[in-house]
Design a protein around this ligand. Structure first.
Ligand code: M6R
Length: 592
């Protein structure tokens, strides 16, 4: 969950580290720190955001260094617990992303040998252990230390008087960026894309010895030649470009993402990829967490309705603790980041059982993409806001494509779906232009403490997603419910201070939903209906109507999602919340 960065080159490291750390902040932002190497190591760290540390930092000269943005696991966010951590003599500095599971045992052992610890973190033991093994070769000492450590990690190590960085990863992401006489190491590509597009993806177990003009990677005891990938993420993709928040920018990108996703279908090779995913299978399981889990729930409706294949959707975090794993013919794992620990654990188990897996992810080279049989990239570009928005829409598109381009669907259904999907981006553009209705609703919600979202059928998951989005960024307590379920308990919470957002679509659920709305109104709750049509059926039974474009039922989650995303965004904006970096959260959740 933390972000780590390393730099070695000819330029002053300090400014570069701060720049990259600000781009890594979405991974954790409760504290941060840097260490600059050279004859001696100088370090500064603090509780709070990178900008605060940067503004108060003295100038530290040096052309190599490491930095860290933290999402606390062991120990409260404060300057002492912030990284980098040091050995006893302040000669070895380490930044770490991950969790060490045998840390108590290792700390005890090191204390018995006279090591003194200052922080409450597990990470601090790493420089001490390296110090124990150091006999003149830093890489050798790092490797020996890592042999003793259990858990997940990505680390970068800096030692005084050595013009090298050592980096290593195990179940936490780490990439190396190469430029002219300078090298960057980072938790992800967007952090360094301003400086280079030449990227080397480290694999689990790799250790890299990095100087400004040379990288040596050791994999399975052998030094390998690094494979350099030229990636096409641009700086504009990681800037706000005039928007107040990344979240709004990312929602506004959705029509283009839909178009790009459908453009993939003009290439026969891509179509073939979609044909291959669902073939002769008798059952499918979809796994994911948070927003990606909600995409999976929509996927169930799409696949079951269009293909008639039973789909089980599991919270990946729950699956991890089952005594018995039921292995379906196909498992689809959905994970925007491709690094969510709760998804990786079952995915690895499935891989070990030789179960067939497909991953839908937005991050090229992510761990999930490397441990599955096939990968569908959502190509949504970097998503910086902690709240997932455009990547959710892109995930839905992948689910539509694997369904309607599957080799087992009839041609008419495919052609119909294709035609309808092609019209959606234009409709979404028009909807985004009528922003005021979402602003009004957001403002109204911002004055309340409790909100319900309800939906039926394929829009029930969108009610869940609306509630997740609202609570995540506005801190308003929100619950998503199936329209028919709200009377089975939650009715007890309804009153004039509890608004209900109801998703009403022209489909088989419409009449039942209208009955639910009337029942809610009778309990005095304000009802705001998100509807694809405004007619006499809903006159007088709602306090406000938000209109979304009419699209066929199976595609209605696209427009309804965008509506709830915007409502959540404006709700948080009216409350003055830090929308892109909500408290206590991180974009990539690499701990179980
Ligand atoms: O990277 P993933 O899709 O695996 O992430 C899963 C969840 O952590 C994520 O969707 C989370 O719920 C979002 N912050 C919601 O906006």
């Amino acid at each position: 969950m933390c972000g780590i960065i390393g730099y070695i080159g000819n330029r002053e490291a300090q400014a570069i580290l701060f720049n990259c750390m600000s781009r890594l902040e979405y991974r954790g932002y409760d504290s941060c720190g840097i260490a600059i190497g050279g004859k001696n190591i100088h370090s500064i760290k603090n509780k709070g955001r990178v900008i605060e540390l940067q503004e108060n930092a003295p100038r530290i000269e040096g052309t190599l260094g490491i930095g860290h943005t933290r999402w606390a696991t062991h120990g409260t966010p404060n300057a002492v617990n912030a990284h980098p951590h040091f050995d006893c003599h302040g000669k070895i500095a380490v930044v770490h992303n991950g969790i060490i599971t045998n840390y108590l045992q290792l700390i005890r052992k090191l204390k018995n040998k006279g090591h003194e610890f200052v922080s409450e973190t597990d990470s601090e033991l790493i420089p001490h252990l390296i110090e124990e093994y150091y006999c003149g070769d830093l890489q050798d000492a790092v490797e020996k230390a890592l042999d003793e450590i259990e858990g997940t990690l990505a680390i970068i190590v800096l030692k005084e008087d050595i013009e090298e960085l050592i980096a290593s990863r195990r179940n936490s992401p780490l990439v190396i960026g190469i430029a002219e006489n300078e090298v960057f190491v980072a938790s992800d590509v967007p952090a360094i894309v301003e400086f280079t597009n030449k990227i080397v993806y480290l694999e689990d177990g790799d250790t890299a010895r990095i100087s400004k003009d040379k990288i040596r990677i050791k994999r399975n005891e052998v030094t390998i030649t690094p494979v350099i990938n030229e990636i096409n993420v641009t700086k504009t993709e990681i800037e706000k470009n005039g928007f107040d928040h990344f979240m709004l920018k990312e929602i506004r990108e959705e029509p283009e993402i839909i178009e790009q996703s459908l453009d993939m279908l003009t290439n026969e090779k891509n179509i073939d990829e979609y044909r291959q995913v669902i073939r002769e299978v008798s059952d499918i399981s979809i796994i994911g967490c948070g927003t990606s889990y909600h995409a999976g729930l929509v996927g169930k409706y799409i696949i079951e309705e269009a293909l008639g294949i039973p789909v089980r959707v599991e919270l990946a975090s729950e699956l991890n603790h089952r005594h018995r794993m039921i292995i379906p013919d196909l498992t689809i794992a959905i994970t925007q980041s491709g690094e969510t620990a709760d998804v990786l654990v079952p995915l690895k188990k499935l891989h070990q059982c030789q179960a067939h897996t497909t991953v839908i992810t937005n991050v090229y080279g992510s761990t999930a993409s490397r441990i599955s049989d096939s990968v569908l990239y959502t190509h949504a570009g970097p998503e910086i806001s902690v709240a997932a928005t455009k990547t959710f829409i892109a995930q839905l598109l992948e689910l539509y494509k694997i369904t309607f381009y599957s080799s087992i669907i009839d041609t008419d259904s495919r052609m119909y779906a294709h035609k309808e999907l092609m019209c959606i981006s234009e409709k979404v553009k028009q909807m985004l232009e009528n922003d005021v209705q979402f602003q009004r609703c957001g403002e109204f919600l911002s004055e309340h403490n409790e909100v319900f979202f309800i939906g039926r059928g394929i829009n029930f998951p969108i009610a869940l997603e609306g509630a997740l989005k609202l609570k995540e960024i506005s801190y308003i307590h929100a619950e998503g419910y199936a329209g028919g379920e709200i009377k089975h308990g939650p009715f007890a919470l309804l009153d004039e201070n509890t608004p209900v957002i109801a998703l009403l679509t022209r489909d088989g659920t419409r009449d039942a939903m209208i009955s639910n709305i009337k029942e809610i109104q009778a309990r005095k709750s304000p009802v705001i209906v998100i509807s694809d049509s405004q007619d006499k059926d809903i006159d007088g039974i709602t306090d406000a109507v938000i209109t979304v474009p009419q699209v066929p039922y199976l595609f209605s989650p696209i427009v309804n999602t965008i509506a709830v995303q915007l409502i959540a965004y404006y709700g948080a904006k009216f409350k003055g919340c830090p929308i892109d970096n909500p408290r206590n959260l991180a974009k990539t959740v690499t701990v179980e």
